[in-house]
Write a protein that binds this ligand. Structure first.
Ligand code: SF4
Length: 342
């Protein structure tokens, strides 16, 4: 199918199958990773000692409360390898699910069956960060990770009836035609969600002087994915300098936008620009964004749990309230930071 016909088809299919536009926020558990050798990753440039950059639980929960207040979605709980064990992660996941009222996706690396068994209804799904279209390129780019183990992890998630997501970074050197391999994985492993990012060339990595993929290539890949998988959830990442990609990505079949710095965006010129991209798109679409990127009055320093949650855990609510002073202190400092960046 020609590019323009495919784009039109992708738009039509997305309109038929979805009624929402989401802002998705990946909440980071830590800015540490034991591996630190994926060639695109800024963590590969960090030479600090072990376990630096681990966030406090209060700070993670404070961020979740703010995400909920702005009516965004928690895309997943994310971290590098080797930071927390499964019991600690599951406690944090229960907290996040209690705050947002929705089960949570994980993107914390491969977990064994015994570890996944610790989780209950608070866990919605897991993510396999395969990063690119083929095993060969993946092993070149992420030498310490195993493609086979990621595929086994997806099999395990199927067995445990969890949802399954993939992350893909465009611009790592993939060949356009190898996208068929990605489509085989989506089909064979019954993938529910794919998050696409475009390469952000980090200083100190081998991609430092690379050029990120063109906007039309990004739109082309997203639209082809949508046409092949009309009901797949597709999330697309943008960076602060690529806000104008939002409209075209939504047109091509994206359900949600992620990866930008929320502190820099919320209530600022960047947030207004993102809002204008979404509003212009809404004029031609039935899909709606029900959150905000600009309204600072929505961000309040109080801890409220959702009224009609999909997930509720009264014990966890009590535990969170026991830490309310520390969480509110973090919320206050986030709000001040957001205001100071305007
Ligand atoms: S596993 Fe993740 S955090 Fe660790 S180096 Fe690779 S991409 Fe970066």
């Amino acid at each position: 199918m020609e590019f323009l016909s495919r784009l039109a088809k992708a738009f039509e299919l997305t309109e038929k199958n979805f009624d929402y536009i989401n802002i998705e926020r990946a909440i980071f558990l830590s800015y540490h990773c034991d591996l630190r050798d994926c060639k695109f990753c800024y963590m590969s440039t960090i030479k600090t000692g072990p376990k630096k950059g681990i966030r406090s639980i209060e700070s993670i929960f404070a961020e979740a409360f703010l995400v909920k207040m702005a009516n965004w979605k928690v895309e997943f709980l994310s971290s590098g390898y080797g930071v927390y064990d499964a019991a600690e992660i599951s406690e944090i996941v229960r907290g996040l699910a209690t705050i947002t009222g929705e089960p949570v996706w994980l993107n914390t690396g491969i977990l064994e069956k015994e570890s996944l068994d610790i989780f209950g209804e608070e866990l919605k799904g897991i993510t396999a960060s395969i990063e690119t279209f083929t095993e060969e390129l993946f092993q070149e780019i992420c030498p310490s990770k195993s493609w086979d183990n990621l595929m086994k992890f997806l099999d395990l998630a199927n067995e445990l009836e969890l949802k399954k997501g993939l992350t893909i970074i465009l611009g790592l050197g993939e060949k356009r035609e190898d996208i068929e391999n990605l489509f085989e994985i989506i089909k064979n492993y019954k993938i529910d969600r794919v998050t696409f990012y475009s390469l952000n060339p980090h200083k100190g990595t081998i991609f430092e002087y690379s050029v990120p993929p063109s906007s039309l290539y990004y739109v082309d890949i997203v639209s082809e994915t949508r046409v092949r998988f009309p009901k797949l959830e597709i999330v697309t990442g943008i960076w602060s300098d690529r806000v104008n990609l939002v409209g075209p990505l939504l047109l091509a079949g994206s359900n949600g936008i992620t990866k930008f710095s929320w502190k820099k965006f919320y209530g600022s010129k960047l947030g207004k620009s993102l809002t204008s991209e979404i509003e212009e798109f809404e004029k031609m679409s039935n899909r709606k964004f029900n959150g905000s990127m600009i309204d600072i009055s929505l961000l309040k320093n109080k801890l409220e749990f959702p009224k009609n949650p999909q997930y509720k855990n009264e014990d966890m609510e009590k535990k969170i309230l026991e830490k309310s002073d520390e969480i509110k202190e973090r919320i206050q400092s986030y709000i001040l930071e957001i205001k100071s960046l305007k």
